[in-house]
Design a protein around this ligand. Structure first.
Ligand SMILES: Cc1cc2nc3c(=O)[nH]c(=O)nc-3n(C[C@H](O)[C@H](O)[C@H](O)COP(=O)(O)O)c2cc1C
Length: 369
């Protein structure tokens, strides 16, 4: 396998990537109290701008959409202005950057809502395991409130507005967080969606929320600037479905016909949020199952090494590979891969929250300093 395949260009909708090494979306919980990225965040993304594509951390589409403490948003003028500094720095360094826009749904806590109201979801089914409060306390999850049918269109509109705000902030496009048990997946899967309206029941109904968002955002910013992230067969937060292959086959076919810029699929073998290095034994291969269904660029993520990424892209199994934890620890990951240089090890204790340590102080190779 020639290493050079990772360093060939790739057209991704409106974008031309100079290499196929993508920075995966990574929540780092270091935004300020107003949900704005800080100067450190500008530096963090700038350091990583040699990625073929930078995808930002999941960013809340509305005040209700937060689910982890100190996460950024894209719904106030101040947030838009602060993100402008990030996009300008990445662009000035020759990079491309897309914002992942997200709604956490039930993976949240009432402390995030100014009025103390419950988190919302497709149905009143709580996540498994604990959640974090807005002040970083781990507490048992609450039972979410099922969204009224009339509220769903308001949330779809928030996605549309968030996408337009991201474009106003200078992003090259947006990625919908449809993975890792966020609100979109809470609508998709049977374990969370017990609705009896047009957004529940058969696959076509459960997929309606996602597809209406895709259509609205495409109308607003252009399908060629929209990517979608999915995690078929994922288990994060206790998410489950009775027929995941049929579900994602339908969803991916529909996305394909909408000619979005790319599909980004998390492999089921990895830990969805990188919380452990252990792999799920016996996991299906999502690229094998779904790649052929999508007529467009296919980005694959989870537990890749430079070597396995080279094989996946070199054999044409996927078009690009997104690295999460390796990009946290190696701001100059593409250069290191191209030189087969040693990689810095990541420090898990500084993934979430804190300051500069473990965020902007991982060393680059001397040649890049
Ligand atoms: C600290 C951390 C934060 C993450 N935050 C997000 C996120 O905001 N959105 C998302 O879709 N995935 C998120 N993920 C998942 C990563 O994008 C990626 O899929 C996962 O880490 C597996 O890739 P890796 O093995 O290369 O780390 C996160 C992972 C980690 C480790």
């Amino acid at each position: 396998m020639s290493q050079s395949t990772l360093f060939t260009s790739l057209r991704l909708g409106a974008l031309e990537l100079p290499n196929r090494i993508v920075m995966a979306p990574l929540t780092r919980m270091r935004a300020d109290k107003e949900g704005k990225p800080t100067e450190m965040t500008v530096e963090y993304y700038k350091q990583r701008s040699s990625a073929g594509l930078v995808i930002t951390e999941g960013t809340a589409i509305s005040p209700q959409a937060h689910g982890y403490p100190s996460t950024p948003g894209i719904y106030t003028p101040g947030q838009i202005a602060a993100w402008q500094d990030v996009t300008a720095a990445v662009h000035a360094n020759g990079g491309r950057i897309i914002m992942q826009i997200a709604h956490n749904g039930r993976n949240s806590h009432s402390s995030f809502n100014a009025d103390g109201s419950s988190p919302v979801s497709s149905s009143a089914v709580p996540p498994s395991g604990p959640v974090l409060t807005s002040s970083f306390q781990q507490v048992p999850a609450e039972v979410p409130r099922a969204l009224e049918t009339g509220e769903v269109s308001l949330i779809i509109n928030s996605y549309r507005q968030a996408a337009m705000n991201a474009m106003a902030a200078g992003f090259d496009g947006v990625e919908l967080q449809g993975a890792n048990s966020h609100l979109i997946e809470q609508f998709l899967e049977t374990g969370t969606n017990q609705r009896t309206d047009q957004y529940g029941g058969p696959i076509e109904n459960r997929a309606r929320f996602l597809l209406e968002i895709v259509d609205e955002v495409s109308n607003a910013i252009g399908a060629e600037r929209l990517g979608v992230r999915l995690s078929p067969f994922g288990q994060y937060g206790g998410i489950s479905d009775t027929a995941p292959f049929e579900l994602f086959k339908y969803v991916i076919n529909e996305l394909s016909s909408r000619q979005i810029a790319y599909l980004h699929v998390i492999e089921a073998r990895g830990s969805e949020m990188g919380l452990t290095d252990e792999l799920h034994a016996g996991a299906v291969n999502n690229a094998e199952l779904f790649r052929a269904l999508f007529d467009g660029p296919f980005i694959s993520a989870a537990a890749y090494t430079p070597h396995t990424a080279e094989i996946a892209v070199g054999t044409g199994a996927v078009d690009a590979v997104a690295f999460g934890r390796l990009f946290i620890a190696n701001p100059d990951l593409p250069l290191r891969i191209s030189l087969r240089a040693p990689l810095n090890k990541y420090n898990r204790s500084s993934f979430y929250g804190g300051g500069a340590e473990g965020y902007i102080d991982y060393p680059m190779l001397p040649e890049q300093r």
